[in-house]
Design a protein around this ligand. Structure first.
Ligand code: NAD
Ligand code: LMR
Length: 325
């Protein structure tokens, strides 16, 4: 039997976690041979709800689930963990922008960055899902100097999957037929879902769809999908967010396919002129647990303009939380 791996999930009593935890416990992240320990962090007021979720996890009798730790103390939650799903944060409601959440959520990531810095494994993989995810990840990075930015990412995978879903539907194919979609920038409505390098069954995606559809339907649909889900469902996306979180971490652990890339928000290394250090979504490949930004893609002026817009927005968000950095 392998040594168990510790996985922390924050916001464990919330709606995303209600999907995420059961899939983690069933082995979807690390496979059917790898036992896990779940370390669940919540605020004191949510402990009773979390107790109920833990009862349900126990009722599943998952063979891989070695132990569950429930706590309101980040030090206990992050003790020697290899994976951290930072989900715990307020979601937005109708009429709000994700950036409106900064005031309430930013402090959470200062505290958790510090705790990760002190207690997590030195090779921890951290995924920030709580919104606004990119800037929350920047705050966590700034407060975890001993871990370094490579340990941190923010989630663009839901946007990446949304883009694939829209393109597959338009072309009448399945998601497996689509490669090299990318989403640049911020997880906000300025994000730039880009099809200039995408392939559908090996053919250039933009040769199969009208430019008008790409610019006036595809891009805004993906950009505003989160808002639309809130409007239609009455609550922000949860099962799809949990799926994207597992996919992001699974790919970080096991690597990308040979002929494809995915979108992840990582600390910029200056690629494509994006200021170093900003947490920005790029097309990336992953091998041996290391994330590499795909370099030297040809970008036209249409794309570059959208990349810069995202950079400017992320700089504004950074300015708003400069006291936490
Ligand atoms: P939710 O309100 O159902 O759950 C959030 C949970 O976090 C609550 O149980 C709350 O008690 C807990 N929490 C708050 N502060 C905490 C702290 N300091 N430590 C630990 N737990 C804490 O919300 P949800 O629907 O699960 O969404 C969670 C976050 O994820 C929101 O910010 C939402 O906007 C974001 N989100 C991001 C994406 C993405 O693609 N990046 C997608 C969907 C949702
Ligand atoms: C999403 O994209 O669905 C999430 O970020 C939730 C939101 O606020 O839109």
């Amino acid at each position: 039997m392998k040594t168990p791996i510790d996985i922390a999930v924050t916001g464990a009593a919330g709606q995303i976690s209600y999907s995420l935890l059961f899939r983690l416990a069933s082995g979807e992240l690390l496979g059917p041979e790898q036992p896990i320990v779940l370390r669940l962090l919540e605020v004191p007021q949510a402990m009773q709800t979390l107790q109920g979720v833990v009862m349900e996890l126990n009722d599943c009798a998952y063979p891989l689930l070695q132990k569950i730790v429930m706590t309101d103390d980040p030090k206990v939650a992050f003790d020697n963990i290899d994976y951290a799903f930072l989900v715990g944060a307020k979601p937005r409601g109708p009429g709000m922008l994700r950036a409106d959440l900064l005031k309430d959520n930013a402090e959470i990531f200062r505290v958790q960055g510090k705790a990760l810095n002190e207690y997590a494994s030195r090779r921890v993989k951290v995924l920030v899902t709580g919104n606004p995810a990119n800037t929350n990840a920047l705050i966590a990075i700034s407060n975890a100097p001993d871990l370094g930015p490579d340990c941190f990412t923010a989630m663009a995978m839901l946007d990446h999957k949304r883009a694939i879903g829209q393109l597959a539907e338009k072309c009448g194919v399945i998601s497996r037929d689509i490669k090299n979609v990318m989403v640049w920038g911020n997880h906000s409505c300025t994000q730039y879902p880009d099809l200039h390098h995408a392939k559908v069954k090996g053919l250039d995606a933009l040769s199969l769809v009208e430019r008008e559809w790409f610019v006036n339907e595809f891009i805004p649909t993906v950009q505003h999908r989160g808002t639309e889900v809130i409007k239609v469902r009455g609550q922000s996306s949860a099962a799809s967010a949990a799926h994207a979180a597992i996919e992001h971490m699974r790919i970080w652990a096991h690597g990308t396919e040979i002929d494809d890339w995915v979108s992840m928000a990582v600390a910029s290394d200056g690629s494509y002129g994006i200021e170093e250090g900003l947490v920005y979504s790029f097309p990336v490949t992953v091998a041996d647990g290391r994330i590499s930004i795909v370099k030297a893609l040809d970008l036209n002026e249409f794309s570059l303009e959208r990349l810069r817009l995202n950079e400017a927005e992320l700089k504004e968000e950074r300015q708003a939380v400069k006291h936490l950095l």
